[in-house]
Design a binder for this molecule. Sequence first.
Ligand code: GRF
Length: 205
Amino acid sequence: MKVKKIAVFISGRGSNFKAIATEVNRGKINAVIDIVISDNPDAAGLRYAHEQEIEYAVFKKKKDQSRSEYFVEISEFLKRRKIDLIVLAGFMKVLSSNIIEEHRNRILNIHPALLPSFPGVHAQKQALEYGVKYSGCTVHFIDEGIDSGPIILQEVVQVFEDDTEDTLSARILEKEHTIYPNAVKLFCENRLIIEGRRVFIKQPQ
Ligand code: GRF
């Protein structure tokens, strides 16, 4: 089976990137992280990329550049590198339709809530304020909507009465660090089958 080439997109801390890189390094994921892309030159995750000798590139959106032009530039860059999978890991820009079309069903994202509840920003705060008793995280394919693509894996956490946004986020993040590498692994083993909105997981060969 061909080893997949991954591009990880980050904007900040990069803890999900680290969790995935750790599993790649342990040989658990049939992939190499070919490049880390950030829209933010100060993203803490870039330091980790540097330490691990993983190549990275910063794409800052120029003032005269439209969002779609910005993503065409990134998409061309990825095409030259023959990237198989884009992993969004705390990347704070909404992708434009051209890059989504170019990499249809080859872009994953993680969201810190049980989709379709609480899409968009501050998902943990939204969940807490709504009063749900359980929340969690979701790995899904990207489509043109906000956090609306086909769901691959979800994990549940309990919400406690004394939770703050920070404590709930930390409990969810721990689960993110397990399900995101697992979903990437499944993708890289060609085990994810999309039928409409549903994603089926094939048994290993
Ligand atoms: C995570 O909470 C993830 O669910 C959301 O952005 C955050 C990224 O955290 N999409 P990190 O940069 O991976 O630590």
